[in-house]
Design a protein around this ligand. Structure first.
Ligand SMILES: C[S@@+](CC[C@H](N)C(=O)[O-])C[C@H]1O[C@@H](n2cnc3c(N)ncnc32)[C@H](O)[C@@H]1O
Length: 241
């Protein structure tokens, strides 16, 4: 299928930020509608995978309206959510998400080294301009041995499933998103998967950023992917500069 034009790196940050500010008021409702509620189930599976619980200090990177932050807080963790889109953070505040919310950039996180025992990041990797810098920042704010939990969309490998998924993701989602929310944003959503490296490369880049024991698991017949890892003792300082 042909992808709609995507912004180049300089414009991408501004475009993505403005887009999330626009769609923030309906973001939660659209997610539940377009995934049939599966998105929340996936977030729970992700938190289970890294055993988030009481005593954990969680930084939820690109927290948006706070879905992952809220679920982590419900498990007894102390959570800080960070996002660069003020509209998304305002949505999290309106919902009363029980955690601190900070405006900031994933590629330059405003936290001290080793502050978190867990870093989560939901459905945001493909939105970053510099994925390696964001991964290095996640390593930086995690204590050694801290757990990383990432989730994002994916494209199924099986040809049959891929066809059906593409029909839904590339045609139905932009149409419904256009009717009920924002046409440009819901055209960007399927197109933005091209920014995500293939599975093995993504795993390698997570390792290079300062992680070990990286696991990658697909969900829902390959339409989503979940990655977990453990922070090693040292950080790739080059990627932080
Ligand atoms: C698809 S939403 C996901 C929100 C939330 N994590 C969730 O699970 O629903 C992507 C979020 O990433 C944020 N984002 C994208 N690039 C970012 C960056 N460089 N720094 C901080 N937030 C960013 C956007 O503002 C948006 O809130």
């Amino acid at each position: 299928m042909s992808h709609s034009p995507l912004p180049e790196s300089g414009a991408k940050r501004r475009t993505v930020q403005a887009m999330f500010d626009r769609i923030a008021p309906r973001y939660d409702a659209m997610n539940r509608l377009l995934t049939g509620g599966l998105d929340q189930r996936w977030r729970r599976v992700l938190l289970d995978a890294v055993a988030v619980g009481p005593g954990d200090r969680v930084i939820d990177v690109a927290c948006g309206t706070g879905d992952l932050s809220e679920l982590a807080a419900e498990r007894g963790a102390r959570v800080v959510g960070v996002d660069f889109a003020g509209g998304m953070l305002a949505g999290a505040r309106r919902r009363g998400v029980p955690c601190d919310l900070v405006r900031g950039d994933a590629e330059g996180l405003p936290f001290a080294e080793g502050r978190a025992s867990v870093v989560t990041c939901g459905f945001a990797l493909r939105n970053f301009v510099a994925l390696d810098a964001a991964l290095a920042q996640m390593a930086h704010v995690l204590e050694p041995g801290g757990r990383l939990a990432l989730i994002d969309v994916d494209r199924p490998r099986s040809r049959v499933v891929r066809g059906a998924h593409s029909f839904y993701f590339d045609r139905v989602v932009p149409k419904v998103g256009g009717w009920l929310s924002d046409r440009a944003a819901y055209r960007y959503l399927p197109s933005s998967t091209v920014y995500l490296p293939e599975g093995p490369e993504l795993v390698a880049r997570i390792e290079q950023a300062g992680f070990e024991r990286v696991t990658r698991r697909t969900l829902a017949l390959g339409s989503a992917q979940m990655l977990t890892a453990v922070r090693t003792g040292s950080v790739n300082a080059g990627a932080l500069s």
